[in-house]
Design a protein around this ligand. Sequence first.
Ligand SMILES: Cc1ncc(COP(=O)(O)O)c(C=O)c1O
Length: 440
Amino acid sequence: MSDVLDRLRALQEGDLPTHGGSTLAYVYDSGLAEADEVGRQALALYGSANGLDPTVFPSLRTLENEVVGWAARLMQGPDAVGTVTSGGTESILLAVQTARDASPGVASPSMVLPSTAHAAFHKAAHYLGVRAVVVDVEPGSYRARPDAMAAACDDTTVLVVASAPSYAHGVVDPVPEIAEAASARGIRFHVDACIGGWVLPYLRADGVDVPDYDFAVPGVTSVSVDLHKYAYTPKGASILLHRTAGLRRPQYFAHADWPGYTMLNSTMQSTKSGAPLAAAWAVLQHIGDDGYQRLARTSYDATLRLAAAAGAIDGLTVLAPPETTLVALRSDERADVFTIADEMAAQGWFVQPQLSFRDQAPSLHLSMSAATAPRLDELIEALTASVRTAQAAGPVQVPKSWRRRPRHSIRPLWTTPPSTVCWSSPVSGRVRRCRSEWRR
Ligand SMILES: Cc1ncc(COP(=O)(O)O)c(C=O)c1O
């Protein structure tokens, strides 16, 4: 047995570290070893339990009700009901599916999104046949424009979307204004609080001036909140909340017209492990409201300090003042953010490059976990040094024959239909940039 586990550990050595605070995207680390251990033990206890049928695993129903109740309280929805899903993308897929199926009379349904909405909405559009009507955000603030979103709504609109906050820039969209426009037209309005939902309420409780974004705003009909991000629970847990049980009804899928058991599902999955739910429940109980308030404050303060320090580095700009625990940075023309990210990686820090989008230059994304806060000075030092080194190297020079290709690209690596073309660095071989291309 130990051989098998040794092999797993050896394989994991090639992965990004999930703990220790040096990974600033993909994973979230509370720094609380006991909370991690509670989560691990709950995962092991529930690995074989099946969330397919809560009548035979009633403990899972109890756990789900308690976790959803916690989230409904945080999102200020006294009548809100919800479902635990496998992640933010599944919560979003279900929100879109529910809105679509609530309007069966709309032949060609659409949803209105700010251009900063998470890619999961585009996945939902693709899977569910709901057209994404994308509205540019306000230049400079990167916030959704309520007037433009209202103007983009028509008879086919079944859902309007905002983020609290957006992943790429970390800003909260003007939810009350968008809600007003949506409810005046009788359209459902989803707030994607996948990344901010377990931070914003605790920051508010701690005295931070947090914009309105949840069910306290009339017109918000559903909210997604991930547990496997800032609730610091093991991967595989998010929540989709609806303001009322009636609004949730179209989310259910039921089928009895076959010779087997009646299938009645509230999620995309049917058989599903009870482990992520049990682990989420256990970690929530262990950390508690006071613990989350402390964790939110710790990572928020660290984010503000990081933004101030990064903004003072010659050549770096903070794209938007942080409102939660996310920060996005841009480099001036003297350096490539991709080179800065590589330099950071060489020093043991993972920061996430974000590709250029429309008229926006590439940037670096950093999600601040509580576990990074004690290492903030080290992080700032590494960032400062990485920017210097990247500036000394200069931006990647592209041969003339490649001019029409993206600036950092050198060598085509692969093409996948319907054509995302990616290029790799000639030095490291790492993928540098991808571009969607529609080819015959
Ligand atoms: C705002 C937002 N929405 C949705 C998602 C998708 O969540 P997941 O990766 O859990 O599917 C993310 C992930 O970072 C996010 O930040």
